[in-house]
Design a binder for this molecule. Structure first.
Ligand SMILES: [Zn+2]
Length: 175
């Protein structure tokens, strides 16, 4: 998995499909070598406005370690069917009345975040090779304050540190 910062999205009206084209050279998170284009695969993503779109996302192949990596545009949250900002706003406790997720999903995300926060905090310190201080502001709070798209920043940090994303994102279960 790689998170793309620079990409282009084209729409194919005949197939009702959005096509993501990468505008950057992605680096393999396993070995650090550049990825070459391999294919595209289909993702369904529910946007902030509530519309569900069909998105073809690229996959890159590493010729060095032979791993295949999905190259996800930064507005999509890995392993979720929602735009990253939808999940971030729920975590920030914002605009719940306009959230496209169902109430039960929102409650599940919030409850899972509360339970996983200490574990998540430890992962962030590990990903940044710093020791967790006994006192002071949490790492997560610092990122939340410094980045408008903090969830994407955190995701990118964990991927580049090769932290197991499915486990650490257990606080936002699929749905
Ligand atoms: Zn590789």
């Amino acid at each position: 998995m790689v998170i793309l910062s620079r990409y282009e999205i084209n729409f194919k009206p005949s197939e009702d499909l959005f096509w993501v084209k990468t505008k950057e050279i992605s680096i393999c998170p396993c070995c650090g070598q550049p990825l070459s284009g391999y294919d595209h695969h289909l993702r369904l993503v529910r946007l902030r406005c509530g519309i569900k779109v069909r998105l073809l996302v690229p996959r890159g192949f590493c010729r060095n370690c032979h791993h295949l990596h999905t190259q996800l545009p930064s507005f999509v949250q890995p392993y979720k069917h929602y735009e990253a900002m939808v999940i971030q706003q729920v975590m920030d406790g914002k605009t719940l009345s306009t959230c496209p997720a169902e109430d039960s999903t929102i409650r599940r995300w919030q409850s899972a975040l509360r339970h996983a926060a200490p574990y998540f905090e430890t992962l962030l310190y590990a990903a940044n090779h710093t020791k967790r201080p006994l006192f002071g502001e949490s790492f997560l709070t610092k990122v939340q304050k410094s980045s408008r798209r903090w969830l994407t920043s955190v995701t990118r940090m964990l991927i580049s540190a090769r932290v197991d994303l499915p486990t650490c994102f257990a606080f936002t279960p699929p749905g």
